[in-house]
Write a protein that binds this ligand. Structure first.
Ligand code: AQP
Length: 336
């Protein structure tokens, strides 16, 4: 009898630190949906990562549920994937401690996200912000993950997860699968609409800088109209002009048109026309997501049932890995 080849494992997560943006969608979640039929996929709402920045507790709880609903509205199918909330699987925190003892201070000091976020939050440069990549390594390594679909901003964190895994495997014995990032060309890095040299972020204090997946059509069109470009009024892809280049990239993601087709379509037309077209295409793309979201977000029992099943399924895998790690580092066996 032929045995079926084991599928590769995918792990990915997003933080409920704000309403998810089109950056989160194009950089990560869209790929999650594309991958769910071919791989064993494990997706999580990373609430433990979110508290590295101050969160209002009631809001964090609500956003955790809403983020679950957004994943599903975007097409993530809880029947096909393991979908869970990070803090409901304590193995993440437990493995993170062991891994932090196998991670060097210098390695963490080089992380760009730490530098960016600590510059933005000078009043709260906490140890969790610094050790964020270790928790992320634990998230990934617990599930013997082969591939991690992320935006380009997270590549450095996948690299350090590999370094940590490698170090642990050589110090003890082969334990962790070496993960690789899965980044698609199009959604790689969506930039802010107000400061196009910076990436779009859901926690940007200026709501004009990002498009939330739940923004109304009017807001979407208004935000694109106000998007920062330049005074050349030329719809032409040019890395030296990050504003218009970001909008061309986005329009291409929304419509599937190539850059050359877009440049031809808007040849001789001003930015006004183009920005309106980008806004309309974005709103069209989000229509279905928003309708589905409205249908499920108030069904707390349905969402909590998915969380429960997800955390049970995730725990089964995670605690197997953790038990192996505890044994290898020499922790005394759990009392029976
Ligand atoms: N602008 C982006 N372009 C492409 N991909 C992006 N991602 C985030 N922003 C962009 C990808 O979305 C996934 C989830 O991200 P996250 O919530 O874990 O954290 P983040 O990268 O810090 O995202 P934000 O929106 O910038 O959150 P805040 O503002 O809370 O820090 C990741 O795969 C990420 O690559």
């Amino acid at each position: 009898m032929e045995t079926e080849a084991k599928k590769q494992t995918i792990f990915s997560a997003a933080q409920p630190s704000g309403n998810l943006t089109i950056g989160n969608y194009l950089g990560a979640i869209k790929n999650w949906v594309d991958l769910q039929d071919k791989f064993d996929c494990i997706y999580c709402v990373a609430d433990m990562h979110a508290i590295t920045v101050k969160q209002e507790p009631a809001l964090l709880r609500r956003r955790t549920l809403e983020t679950m609903a957004i994943y599903i509205a975007c097409g993530v199918d809880p029947e096909k994937v393991v979908l869970f909330v990070q803090s409901q699987v304590p193995a993440h925190a437990e493995l993170s401690w062991v891994l932090s003892c196998n991670t060097m201070f210098g390695e963490l000091s080089r992380m760009t996200q730490f530098k960016d976020k600590s510059a933005k939050n000078t009043g709260n440069v906490n140890a969790g912000l610094f050790t964020y990549p270790v928790l992320m390594a634990a998230d990934i390594l617990l599930y013997n993950t082969d591939l991690v679909p992320v935006g380009a901003d997270q590549k450095q964190h996948i690299e350090i997860a590999r370094t940590i895994a490698q170090r642990f495997n050589s110090a003890y014995s082969p334990t962790f699968t070496m993960p690789r990032e899965y980044v698609t060309k199009e959604g790689t890095k969506i930039m802010s609409l107000q400061e196009p040299e910076k990436k779009m972020s859901k926690s940007d204090p200026n709501p004009l800088a990002y498009i939330s997946l739940l923004d109304s059509r009017d807001d979407i069109i208004k935000k694109f109209k106000k998007a920062v470009t330049d005074c050349e009024a030329l719809v032409k892809y040019d890395e030296a002009r990050p504003g218009i280049t970001n909008l061309i990239n986005l329009y291409s993601c929304f419509t599937g048109k190539t850059v050359a087709e877009i440049e031809r379509e808007f040849d001789g037309r001003g930015y006004g026309d183009f920005k309106l077209a980008v806004g309309e295409a974005c709103a069209d793309m989000l229509d279905g997501v928003q309708n589905r979201y409205k249908e499920i977000v108030d069904d707390k029992a349905y969402l909590e049932d998915i969380m429960k099943k997800g955390s049970e399924a995730a725990s089964r895998i995670a605690y197997k890995t953790l038990a192996k790690v505890y044994r290898k580092v020499g922790f005394y066996p759990q009392p029976r």
